[in-house]
Unconditional design. Structure first.
Length: 413
């Protein structure tokens, strides 16, 4: 990925104007002062902002939401009704931001507006199936922070407001968990969605699962802990790329036929994972192949993927892995042979490994790392084809039931 692709990974093209609006937002006060001659006034003549620190923070957060909602119609062209909704909510956020900055009442209006906005967003993500992108997730997080400021009242020595602060905090935490859960589920469902097949290039033999379009190709999966290399709007495999992809799939299937027997894979240096050694997608790594300097070698894939259950194993495919994180993998099949990386959280307390949260961060006492790029090539005749992003678990169980080979020693529960 080039720097621009990296910056925009996970951002829907129709949300880019909203992102730019937020980035330009700090320049708005400077522009207003220049237009009104405020920069020429002496500091003593300027009226200080009213309100306390909480009010000013809330004003800033509400202003960010205002900028996002007012700019969304520049990218979204879905319907006039949606445009009116964006503009109306943007104006409302701006009005509340001004009230908060001036120390006027803003809390009740903020609670009602934020709840309505988040419910609308979750309906679009959950019911309509729109894939969450990083601008949408970040905006939801900003609005949740504003909701927290609005729900939790200030505490003073004269008015501790213990009950109100408790229920306000509980409401904020509940909102964060609910919104985060829906976003996370929406991200994973979008990642696992089956692509719609597109017409192959003229003169090329179609390769199932190769030349396709995702419903939300822009999202790049960063929010689900998976970063797909972005594609252009008109990025389709050429006839030559389709042929190269078909040859790669065939060579991989032929070279790995010897690993149909799990014992042969173990003898060749592949190792079962210490935790997940059974199931529909068990990944075995060969550490020697991972550091041999070879890239996309069908005879030496860095990982093998099996279904292992009931004392039997079925070879499903391979995972080619780049040795160095950040280095782009070769794509002989163009957009069909597409690589991805993983955002991982390495937890120190307690020790463990997981993926990033729906808000793009790791838990406390953990580090955020990005893996090297990797690409699946399936050697079974699955519905999605050799380059599908994943296999349906129900399909794998059915296939394993009829194709699984017995494993010496009874590996598998």
């Amino acid at each position: 990925m080039n720097p621009v692709q990296t910056l925009l990974a996970g951002i829907a093209p129709d949300h880019v104007p909203a992102l730019l609006a937020v980035l330009l937002l700090p320049l708005l006060p400077v522009l207003l002062r220049r237009l009104t001659g405020g920069l020429s006034a002496r500091p003593a003549e300027r009226s200080p902002a009213s309100g306390n620190l909480v009010d000013r923070w809330a004003a800033a957060l509400l202003a960010v939401s205002c900028a996002v909602h007012l700019a969304l119609p520049l990218g979204h062209h879905d319907s006039p009704l949606l445009t009116v909704g964006f503009l109306g909510s943007g104006i409302a956020y701006g009005w509340l931001a001004l009230r908060a900055r001036e120390g006027k009442r803003w809390r009740l209006g903020t609670v009602l507006l934020v709840v309505a906005t988040l419910v609308g967003y979750l309906v679009v993500v959950g019911a309509a199936g729109e894939e969450p992108d990083q601008v949408g997730i970040a905006t939801a997080l900003v609005e949740l922070a504003a909701l927290g400021f609005a729900l939790v009242p200030l505490r003073t020595p004269a008015r501790p407001r213990r009950a109100a602060r408790f229920w306000g905090s509980a409401g904020t935490v509940t909102a964060v968990v609910v919104v985060g859960a829906v976003i996370w589920v929406g991200s994973f469902l979008a990642h696992r969605a089956n692509p719609a097949a597109a017409s192959p290039a003229a003169g090329a033999a179609p390769v199932v699962g190769l030349d396709h379009e995702h419903a939300h190709e822009h999202a790049a999966r960063a929010q689900a802990g998976v970063i797909m290399r972005p594609l252009g709007a008109n990025d389709h495999a050429t006839a030559a790329q389709q042929q190269a992809a078909a040859e790669l799939a065939a060579a991989t299937k032929q070279a790995t036929a010897r690993y149909a027997d799990l014992n042969a894979a173990l003898a060749a240096g592949y190792r079962l994972p210490p935790v997940k050694s059974t199931g529909p997608d068990v990944h075995l790594e060969n550490k020697a192949f991972a550091k041999d300097g070879r890239t996309l070698d069908p005879a030496r894939p860095e990982m093998l993927v099996y279904a292992i259950d009931g004392g039997r194993a079925t070879l499903l495919g391979v995972v080619f892995v780049m040795e160095v994180a950040g280095a782009p993998g070769p794509a002989p099949g163009g957009p069909g042979t597409r690589w991805h990386a993983h955002n991982l959280c390495v937890s120190l307390l307690p020790p463990g490994l997981g993926i990033v949260s729906p808000y793009g961060g790791c838990p406390a006492f953990s580090l955020n790392l990005t893996s090297g790029e990797m690409m699946h090539v399936w050697v079974v005749d699955n519905p999605g084809g050799p380059f599908a992003e994943g296999l349906d678990a129900a399909w794998v169980r059915g296939y394993h039931a009829t194709h699984g080979l017995a494993v010496a020693g009874g590996t598998g529960g």
